[in-house]
Design a protein around this ligand. Structure first.
Ligand code: HEM
Length: 110
């Protein structure tokens, strides 16, 4: 809830207004990330907001990154090929963070 009147990137916010910030869309800001809609695993992630920022930065970021690294390293070591299986991805209805409910893939064992 805005504590005072302010202009935020050209948008007038008045004291008492309820402001909803979209963290997920910040990661696709074309002013910060070139070609933001392209899935690029090698993109420089130094400035992304996936774990938040500042005093409320995610307390679990280190363990989440470690678990992700172990999971993907294990998956990649055991598979020769990972292909999209055809049916479209299913997204959960969400306003803050987008979440996949299903993304069918076909795995070819190594
Ligand atoms: C891929 C996994 C994860 C993602 C993407 C993620 C994302 C985030 C984000 C964006 C925030 C900031 C929310 C805000 O600014 O309001 C946050 C906060 C937080 N996360 Fe995570 N998180 C993950 C995993 C975890 C895990 C595994 C834990 C605990 C073991 C955890 C504990 C917390 C806590 C306690 C906060 C609140 C910090 C505070 O408000 O001071 N998170 N997380």
């Amino acid at each position: 809830v805005a504590q005072c009147d302010l202009d935020w990137a050209g948008v007038a916010v008045r004291k008492g207004d309820l402001v909803h910030l979209g963290l997920a869309s910040a990661n696709r800001d074309p002013e910060r990330f070139p070609d933001p809609d392209r899935f690029a695993v090698d993109r420089d992630s130094a400035r992304n907001l996936s774990f938040g920022w500042g005093m409320h930065f995610c307390l679990g970021a280190s363990i989440a990154r470690m678990e992700g690294r172990v999971a993907f390293e294990t998956l990649l070591a055991r598979t020769k090929q990972i292909e999209w299986a055809g049916p479209p991805a299913v997204w959960a209805p969400a306003t803050a963070l987008r979440t996949l409910e299903a993304f069918p893939v076909r795995l070819t064992p190594a």
